[in-house]
Each structure stands twice: as structure tokens, then as C-alpha cells.
Design a protein around this ligand. Structure first.
Ligand code: FE2
Length: 191
């Protein structure tokens, strides 16, 4: 179970509307390599991991990805909340507004709704962890691209914190991979 803490992992206080940037942030909110995908991947993979430590690691990181997803939703909300329908249309969000108003929907910047085809859940711990390390690098690179697309420090700072956490997750998955490979050398050395 989870206990909800009524605060964001990092504070977000965006003072200036930027609809284009809001649109781009949907990549990490509901795109293929989004925080939503990471959370659902890790929280589902954890059941069949072979050790208490790797189950706990996926539980911890999957939970943190949910907190990151919440941060992205908050950023999109703050960037769009004062926009008029005309503003939305001018920023390329006319289709979005017509369909969902200013609800914060799980989709990519180009409008594809999030789906479970974006996630990877196997019963092979090595395949899962290698997938997860790649996912963390894709997220790190995504945050770097997003930081390149704005000069607003209110937006850059939370993106930089998120980027930093992806690097930590990559390292922790790497340590877990090494520990499993050492523990299971007799299996993985076969052939
Ligand atoms: Fe992550």
C-alpha cells in the first residue's frame, strides 16, 4: 500500500505561462518513455524479481517515478492554467482544447494517448534491469532536450532535479544488475 504525502517531491512555482513548453512536457507525462511508463514498468516488474533487495529497489524507484509524474502534471497545469482558448489554439493546442479543455490527460506531445504497449514487464530479472537502465538514460536525455527548449528558471530547475534523479536510478539499477549477475553466475554463465 501507499501513504500519500501531500507535497511535491520538489517544489514547483511557475510564474509565466508557456503553452509550447507545456505541450513538450507531455513527452515525460504521457509519452512512450514518460514517468508514467517508468512507474508502471517498475511497479509491475517487482513481483517476480528474485531477491528482497531487487523487489524493494523497484518498489522504491517505481514509487518515486509516480512522484515525478505528479511533478510533470503540476508543471503542465501551471503553464496552462491561465491560457485562453485562443492562446491554446495559437500554441498548437487547439485540438487538445477542443477534446479535453485544460484537463491534464495522459498523452504524448503529438496527442497519442498513453498505452500499456509503452511498458516492458518480463519475468527475467536481467532483461528487466537492462530495460530499466535504458529507460533511465532515455529519461535523462529527454530532460536535457526539454531543458534546451526553455530559458525559464522556474521550469529548468525542476527539470534539472528530475534529470539528476534519473542518473541516480540508472546507477542503482546498475548495482542491482551486477549483484544479480554475481549471485546467479552459475545460471548466466551457462552455454
Ligand atoms: Fe527514473
Amino acid at each position: 500500500m501507499w501513504i500519500y504525502e501531500k507535497k511535491l517531491q520538489f517544489p514547483i512555482n511557475i510564474r509565466r505561462a508557456d503553452l509550447q513548453m507545456a505541450k513538450f512536457l507531455f513527452a515525460q507525462y504521457g509519452g512512450p518513455d514518460s514517468e508514467l511508463s517508468a512507474s508502471q514498468t517498475y511497479l509491475a516488474q517487482r513481483y517476480t524479481m528474485p531477491t528482497p533487495e531487487t523487489k524493494a529497489l523497484l518498489n522504491d524507484i517505481g514509487t518515486e517515478e509516480l512522484a515525478h509524474w505528479e511533478m510533470l502534471g503540476t508543471m503542465i497545469y501551471q503553464l496552462t492554467k491561465d491560457a485562453s482558448p485562443e492562446d491554446m489554439r495559437a500554441a498548437g493546442l487547439g485540438d487538445y482544447y477542443a477534446t479535453r479543455g485544460k484537463g491534464i490527460f495522459q498523452q504524448s506531445p503529438s496527442g497519442e494517448g498513453w498505452n500499456a504497449g509503452y511498458i516492458q514487464v518480463l519475468d527475467d530479472p536481467i532483461a528487466n534491469l537492462v530495460n530499466d537502465m535504458a529507460a533511465e538514460q532515455k529519461a535523462r536525455a529527454a530532460y536535457e532536450r526539454l531543458m534546451n527548449m526553455t530559458s525559464d528558471p522556474d521550469v529548468i530547475e525542476p527539470l534539472a532535479r528530475l534529470r539528476m534523479r534519473e542518473i541516480v536510478h540508472f546507477q542503482r539499477f546498475g548495482e542491482a544488475l551486477m549483484s544479480l549477475q554475481n549471485a546467479c553466475a552459475h545460471i548466466y554463465a551457462k552455454g
